[in-house]
Ligand binder design. Structure first.
Ligand SMILES: C[S@@+](CC[C@H](N)C(=O)[O-])C[C@H]1O[C@@H](n2cnc3c(N)ncnc32)[C@H](O)[C@@H]1O
Length: 241
């Protein structure tokens, strides 16, 4: 029943609202309780991202577009090593689920922020790690969110991203190339939910950061056999300017 309701909101229910925050809440509010269950089968590569992040004790981590705080589970026992973890999201319904998760895990170093990823900066501390797990494609001013992440990081800090994408028409030899169908179909399909797949996110990251880990892959969609939507994992350190 929960999955049917989620499918209705993903496929049929038009997303309405005057602002970005209102549209997010209109989209996520009715699916918040089933969010984690459904997204497990849709949001691929999150394990790979969190396994490849460099984490040392007493660091500060900011998760931008944290949703229900699923990243805490992918980070696992290492959560307790952080001095501070900031979970940032514009949807109060998803943050409420994140709050329950934090309480259940007994994590005392986590703060939730109902705030915009393009402007949020934690008070009074340098940041060692910023992550975006399937949030960049939902942030209209994605370039502002990435610039904000780079600005808040200490020198040598890392940015880690996993998200859907499509390749450019012409790619470098080392990059994966997607068919014309994939490059047009997937952005069209996801735009219905205000998820905007871009050929420019990964080139921006590679232009601005020294890459320490990268993967380009594809994963299935729930209830749609034989479909494979492309995603990437990127970990890097912004170059000093
Ligand atoms: C697909 S969900 C991913 C949630 C979570 N990171 C995960 O891996 O399950 C995208 C999230 O980005 C959030 N989001 C979108 N635009 C945002 C913005 N400008 N500032 C903060 N959060 C934003 C949405 O509310 C949503 O929770």
């Amino acid at each position: 029943m929960g999955n049917l309701k989620t499918l209705y909101h993903l496929l049929l229910n038009p997303v309405r609202g005057a602002s970005h925050a209102e549209r997010l809440e209109a989209f996520y509010g009715p699916q918040a309780s089933n969010y984690d269950n459904f997204r497990k089968r849709l949001l691929h590569g999150r394990e790979a991202l969190f396994e490849s992040l460099p984490v040392t004790p007493a660091q500060t981590w900011v998760d931008l577009g944290a949703g229900t705080g699923a990243s805490l589970d992918f980070m696992g026992a290492r959560c307790r090593d952080f001095a501070h973890i900031h979970l940032v999201d514009l949807s109060p319904s998803l943050l409420a689920v994140a709050g329950e998760r934090v309480a259940q895990r007994g994590l005392e170093n986590v703060t939730l922020h109902e705030a915009d990823a393009t402007t949020f900066v934690p008070e009074g501390e340098g940041v060692d790690l910023v992550t975006f797990s399937y949030s960049l494609t939902m942030i209209p001013d994605w370039f502002a969110a990435l610039e904000n992440a780079c600005r808040m990081l200490k020198p040598g800090g890392h940015i880690g991203i996993v998200d859907f994408y499509v390749s450019r028409k012409h790619v470098q030899e080392t990059e994966r190339h997607h068919s014309p169908f994939a490059r047009h179909f997937w952005p069209f399909w996801f735009a219905n939910d205000n998820v905007f797949l871009s050929p420019d996110h990964l080139p921006w990251l590679r232009h601005r950061c020294d890459e320490t880990h990268g993967e380009e892959s594809a994963g299935g969609l729930p209830y749609l056999p034989f479909t494979r939507v492309p995603y990437y994992v990127f970990v890097g350190s912004p170059r000093l300017r």
